[in-house]
Design a protein around this ligand. Sequence first.
Ligand code: SAM
Length: 294
Amino acid sequence: MHHQPVMINEVLTLIASHSLHARILDGTLGLGGYSEAILQHFPDSSVLGIDRDSQAIAFSLERLGDYEASSRFSSLHANFGNLAEIPECRDYDVYVFDLGVSNMQLTLPERGFSFQNDGPLDMRMNPSGQDMSAADLLRLSDADSLAKIFWDYGEERYSRLIAQAIKHSTSPITTTAELVSVIRSALPQPVQRKMGTHPARRVFQALRIYVNNEMGELENLLHSLPSLSHDALIIFVSYHSLEDRLIKHAFRKWQTDGKGKILTRHPLVPSEEETAENYKARSAKLRAFCMNAD
Ligand SMILES: C[S@@+](CC[C@H](N)C(=O)[O-])C[C@H]1O[C@@H](n2cnc3c(N)ncnc32)[C@H](O)[C@@H]1O
């Protein structure tokens, strides 16, 4: 299982430029790509890796076991939206967050995140701690609510058409393939051809964001970060304009409130080489903030 870390060179350069980088919190451990690069690059550092997905932690430990054995790496199954309530997450020199889903979540069919692999329509990042799967959401919501979710979180132009087709489906939709098939049958062929992307991509993205309350957890995190450390470097890599907007506004507010300085007046984006090599990187935006900078 491999996840090619996005914009890792930019992340490492920013960390190197920060006066302190002995204690680093990787708030979205995933498959451990960022944590591993940080531990290799900064031999005096230690990393705490957090993920709300226990399967991600298990995979990352296969990669980071030696660092764990030498006490340079430790992990915690937690949601970054609750960071303020976890005492061991305070006073780090660097907090880094690489938002969204990992390759593991996308490629394991049983996790139900992908329109390309058939599996149960689940999409919960923390199945043991979240009640509502994507299939439950489709079953329990009316067409108007679904259309709003598809529009708000997927900017799906045909949100109403798709939502109505889901609600008119003769049996409950319980697998990813069934949902793809309903979306395909709802959209006329010429529309599908014009879309320029897989016809289910936007709906799957919207369901994932909603099921995992991704915007709410990010808002909680942005609210708590200034109280967690007084001179930390904060780095965010995001993949969606809604996330980027929340981060941009939070950074501006922190700066206006005298909490520190924005380091990226415009977000950094991946190099052409990186986007050519890694399709997932194409929409990445990196923003950084230094708490208490003069
Ligand atoms: C893009 S992946 C991170 C990949 C990682 N940087 C790497 O190089 O392997 C995002 C990870 O963040 C986790 N995640 C998403 N929302 C989270 C939250 N609210 N709290 C903790 N982890 C979260 C996901 O489960 C996923 O494993």
